[in-house]
Design a protein around this ligand. Structure first.
Ligand SMILES: Nc1ncnc2c1ncn2[C@@H]1O[C@H](COP(=O)(O)OP(=O)(O)OP(=O)(O)O)[C@@H](O)[C@H]1O
Ligand SMILES: [Mg+2]
Length: 602
């Protein structure tokens, strides 16, 4: 079993380089394939020029002449076929390299995003309750899905195009200058033009894309909240309101998207205008040279025009990557927020085990905000002996749940000490501490899967007998046996196939399977009828007498027979005693008791 529940992941560039782990080979191979693809693509126009000038026009000084064997005479069919064959070969090889590169790029980028997603998920698992309070669920989901996809796409573009496009530009420009350095000066004028217009587009586009991402977040939040709270929406007949809310957020998103994309409708016309202008100028100047001086072949002119297209389209590709980089930057920031989140509860590496169920609070203050002026609990001071059953009562919002959450260190105290079995909770590893303390939370959850799967969360190695024993104690055995597949029945998402009271009993059984030294039930029998509630407590007394039991309840009847009862009011322990003692001296306790008894008699 893993003991170090939380570790801090690396930061900065190292973090993202770390995500390439296991996929370095395809990551490095991709640019290589791309270089070969580009080199071959650049050779094709040369062969083309040689076919036209040497084969068709039988010019004496055509391109590649020096490398072609003398027996292939200019103007012959053999020359045309040989060069044509080479061209097909180059095209096929280039295609092959392109395909291999696309494949390795896909493998590398998918692997990268897998690792990144894992890192985020692992980090979220190590969050304490306080860390979790900071992020909304939907934003964590969007960060692990959409934002990672964004970075994955950019990663893929970078390893493919970031190498490919500049290579293409350099190769094509070198070739063009080789063919005709006078005419190639046209690129020197055209490229800055194109670059400048792309920079302007990216600059205006970036804020618009940021806005678009924010709207995407808003839409996701809207969908997610609605899905989670679907039953509440139905119960309050809020479907129309929800529909309108969603329609508005979709409308907003659409507007933002159109606003952002509009900018890029200019990109392609600008690119085309510059390309065609270059082509026309090339045709005019080159044509004049061919006709007047005969110093320049028509094939050479054709290849110059192809290089123009290659250079300009590569430049456009680079500018698009810059746009996506700008967009991905927003995602990187959002992911870093999660990965950089300071964990506020970090366990030690010690092997110390929880030996018994003694609990002691020594003058504990606690605040959710960490602000001593705004305390949720103050001056908590009491001792509980191993094996005692302790009831905790108090009005709603008085700090009962908060108090017990300090025991398994879901939150840390602001000042004072919480001790278990004589040791400060901070001396234990989180694993050992939470093995020793079992807690049934007020807002509880079951997971999709069978009943048995869910119960084994308490103890992965529990035998069937142990499971049945725990369920009998929690009064869950009978209803489980009445289900069609017994312990193998499926619970559905979030345990939706069982009733509220059944769910509570399953959660108690799950907690019991841990065989804890301390068992905490936070309002865990509120949906269970009084008779069953009593039976469960009876079973605790009989079967787990050595376990310390802390029971928070709204019903006084649920805790009346406890060894001692803690009464809480406004974040303070106002009294501790048996039922009879408290009836005698605690006004708060007596009032609650009497109001509940009256209610019972009516
Ligand atoms: N995660 C949280 N972040 C900030 N404040 C919180 C958080 N949880 C609870 N509080 C506040 O702390 C106070 C005590 O809450 P707590 O849940 O301990 O009450 P409780 O006694 O368990 O109430 P109930 O009987 O309704 O369960 C409340 O005022 C509540 O608003
Ligand atoms: Mg509570």
């Amino acid at each position: 079993m893993e003991k170090a529940i939380n570790t801090q992941p690396p930061r900065g560039f190292k973090r993202y380089a770390g995500c390439v782990r296991g996929y370095w080979l395809p990551t490095i191979l991709t640019p290589f394939f791309m270089i070969f693809e580009v080199a071959l693509e650049v050779v094709i126009p040369l062969l083309m020029a040689a076919i036209v000038d040497g084969g068709l026009y039988a010019r004496e000084d055509f391109l590649l002449r020096s490398v072609i064997p003398a027996e292939l005479r200019t103007g012959s069919m053999e020359l045309i076929f040989t060069l044509g064959g080479l061209m097909v070969l180059a095209a096929l090889l280039s295609l092959g390299c392109g395909m291999l590169g696309a494949r390795t790029a896909a493998v590398a980028s998918m692997g990268f995003s897998k690792n990144l997603r894992r890192a985020i998920f692992d980090k979220i698992q190590s969050f304490s309750f306080a860390n979790t309070d900071k992020f909304s669920t939907s934003s964590l989901i969007v960060r692990t899905t959409t934002d990672v996809t964004m970075i994955q796409n950019v990663f893929q573009q970078i390893i493919r195009i970031f190498v490919r496009a500049p290579m293409m530009m350099v190769f094509a420009a070198v070739m063009a200058f080789n063919i005709n350095s006078e005419l190639s000066w046209i690129f020197v004028i055209a490229i800055p033009f194109l670059a400048a217009s792309m920079v302007i587009l990216v600059k205006t586009g970036h804020p618009r894309f940021m806005k678009m991402l924010k709207k995407t977040d808003a839409m996701n939040t809207s969908v997610q909240e609605n899905l989670i709270a679907m039953r509440v929406v139905k119960a309050f007949v809020r479907e129309d309101y929800e529909k309108e809310k969603f329609h508005n957020s979709v409308e907003d998103l659409k507007k933002a998207q159109v606003h952002a994309q509009k900018i890029f409708t200019f990109a392609s016309p600008i690119q085309l205008i510059i390309m065609w202008t270059c082509t026309i100028i090339l045709l005019a100047l080159g044509g004049m040279r061919i006709i007047e001086y005969k110093a320049f072949g028509p094939g050479e002119l054709t290849s110059l025009m192809t290089y123009t297209t290659q250079i300009i389209s590569s430049l456009a590709m680079v500018s698009f990557i810059i746009v996506s980089l700008a967009m991905a930057k927003a995602s990187v920031t959002r992911i870093n927020e999660v990965l950089d989140e300071e964990l506020d509860i970090i366990g030690t590496d010690s092997d110390l085990k929880v030996e018994n169920g003694n609990i002691e609070f020594r003058n504990v203050d606690f605040s959710y905000t960490g602000d001593p002026e705004n305390l949720t609990l103050s001056g908590i001071d009491f001792k509980i002996r191993s094996g005692e059953t302790i009831g905790i009562v108090g009005g709603t919002g008085e700090g009962k749940s908060t108090l017990v959450q300090l025991i398994p260190r879901f939150y840390d105290v602001l000042s004072g000490e919480v001790l278990i079995a004589g040791h400060n909770v901070k001396e234990y590893s989180l694993y050992e501490l939470r093995e020793g303390v079992s807690m049934v939370l007020q807002k509880n959850m079951l997971f999709s899967g069978s009943i048995k799967d869910n119960l084994r969360w308490g103890d992965p190695n529990a035998t069937d007998e142990e499971i049945i024993e725990a369920c009998k104690m929690a009064c869950a055995h009978d209803f489980i046996m009445r289900m069609e597949n017994g312990y193998d029945s499926d619970l559905g998402q979030g345990g939706c196939n069982v009733s509220g009271g059944q769910k509570q009993r399953l959660c108690i059984a799950r907690a019991l399977l841990k065989k804890p030294k301390i068992l905490i039930l936070d309002d865990s029998t509120s949906a269970v009828d009084t008779a069953t509630d009593e039976k469960i407590r009876q079973a605790f007394r009989e079967y787990i007498p050595g376990t310390t039991k802390l029971i928070i309840a709204q019903r006084i009847a649920s805790i009346m027979n406890s060894d001692r009862i803690i009464v809480m009011d406004e974040g303070k322990v106002v009294d501790v005693g048996t039922h009879d003692e408290l009836m005698g001296r605690s006004v708060i306790y007596r009032e609650v008791y009497e109001s509940q008894m009256e209610g019972g008699e009516e």
